[in-house]
Ligand binder design. Sequence first.
Ligand code: CA
Length: 326
Amino acid sequence: MASLISSQALAQKVVVAHRGASGYLPEHTLEAKSMAYAMGADYVEQDVVMTKDDQLIVIHDITLDRTTDVAEKFPGRARGDGRHYVIDFTLAEIRTLALSEGARLVDGKREQGFKSRFPMGKSSFRIATLAEELELVQGLNISTGRQVGIYPEIKSPEFHLAEGKDLGRAVVAELKKYGYTSKQDPIFLQTFGWEEVKRLRDEILPEAGIDLKLVQLVGDTEDYQWMFSPEGMAEVGRYADGFGPDKSLLIDPESKPGQLKVSRLVELAHANGMQVHPYTFRADEGQLEPWAESFEDMLEAFFFEADIDGAFTDFPDRAVNFLRDR
Ligand code: CA
């Protein structure tokens, strides 16, 4: 009986491909999503941002600078802070941009963020719309017979609202159009804003006549401290089906190997009916938790000591293989 229970628990643990197989191909390309799918991910993530002409595109930042050549192609279109905002460009303009592995600015020059990943500026990639990506995943579900889920994030909802665009409503309408309408469907809808999670639950989903599993994303910042008490977690559990924290909130990064300091958050989330899907598991050099000997050692601790239900990772093959072998 015990082994039956543990194998059921194991079967429920899921791998979420963070921005696709972004450890291997530029994040949020259809190529990275196809690779994640082929690697056996249970869910593929979409970060969603709105364009000037109200189109939904899949991109992590609300600006185009880190992952595209926008500064070269559209001189003079930056805002006062020097950045080029998705919301100031039409989809047709965004389609002309070359998408590439993420850069950071070092002394005014663009340098590849993760040195050992797909080389910046090589090959040819474009930004996709949310519709194109949903059609990719659904198409693969038909051609392979598998049922891989989606994990869209409403990016910076308060920024979009301040700019006169209701991103949350638009994303929900698109998901409904593509057949995601109930909590039984293979989808988690995520966002960082607590107010947005409540607005989705109380207004947007009921108005659309659908119901979806919602995930409250949680950063390691002051804004979220109120959630970490039993009362706070009970409040979050009234609105959310899932809890998506920065993984450092679950196991203290200062832990010693073999003596992990595991927080009560997973236990509290489970007690309030929420699954726990922390972010982000990366295998790049310098990205392991200080107490972990290897990427798999880190997965073992989070999945089986902290008892998480799923993990966001840039390396879905490594997590899929780890759970399979376990
Ligand atoms: Ca995300």
